[in-house]
Each structure stands twice: as structure tokens, then as C-alpha cells.
Design a protein around this ligand. Sequence first.
Ligand code: RB5
Length: 149
Amino acid sequence: MKIALATDHGGFPLKETIKKLLLELHVDTTDYGSEGAESVDYPDYAIAVAEQVSEGKVDAGVLVCGTGIGMAIVANKFKGIRAAVVNDPYTARMAKEHNNANIVCLGGRVNDPEKARELVKIWLTTRYEGGRHDRRLQKISEIDKKNLK
Ligand code: RB5
């Protein structure tokens, strides 16, 4: 499995924690930055990861900012992206089980490292349930087709 990972300054330490976790899990991970506390613009990093996922160059993405929200807003403007902010084990599981989220977004200012590890692990290991959810995801794809190039 290939994952693209990025953060802004609001999530840098957590991005490093997640990178270490993905390494431990033998997930092929590409880090698109940023690399420290210097203030940067989260859309630039969300774009880098969302493009990789949208173009099928990687299987999924992980984005971190202060809250995860800005990253999700940007990523969801790309075709085929289903980016979800997860804040607890239940939303991490549902993001995959029901929404088949291909990008998970976390807040570096709202999650401690242990919790972030747990949430990413849940999202990675949960299976998409399919069935009735296929119909719903199909409706989302139709919006993509209509509104995005
Ligand atoms: C940066 O201060 C902060 O706005 C950003 O990390 C993020 O939380 C945006 O959604």
C-alpha cells in the first residue's frame, strides 16, 4: 500500500509520529512536508497529497493541520477524493466502513501522539462495508463528474 502524507506547521510533530507508525507498519509512505514550525499555507500541502490520490499514484493520503478541517476542505475539491476529519475511534472506523475515505485528516492541536496513532491504525485496518454504501458513494461520484474536471 502507498500513502502520501503531509502537514502544515499546525501538525508537524504529529506528522512525524504518523510517519514513524507507517514505517513500523511497512506502509510505503511519501512525505510531502512541511518540515517544521515555520508558518506555511495548508492548501499547498493538501493539494500535493490530494493530487497523488486523485491521479491514482498512491492508494490513500494522510493530512494533518491544526484541526484537520482546512486540509479536508481543500482535499475534497479534487475528483475522487473522500477526505474525512477523524477525532475519535468511532469516526476513524466509520470514515472507512461507511464513507471509504481515501484521505484521513487529523488535527495536530487536538490529538496527542498516542491517540493519533490509534486513529490512523483504525482507519488503515478497517474495511469498507460496501452494500448500501456503494449507492451513496456512486451519488458522490456523480457530483464529481458534474462539477469537477
Ligand atoms: C494554522 O494556524 C491553522 O489554521 C491550520 O493548521 C488548520 O487548522 C486549518 O484548518
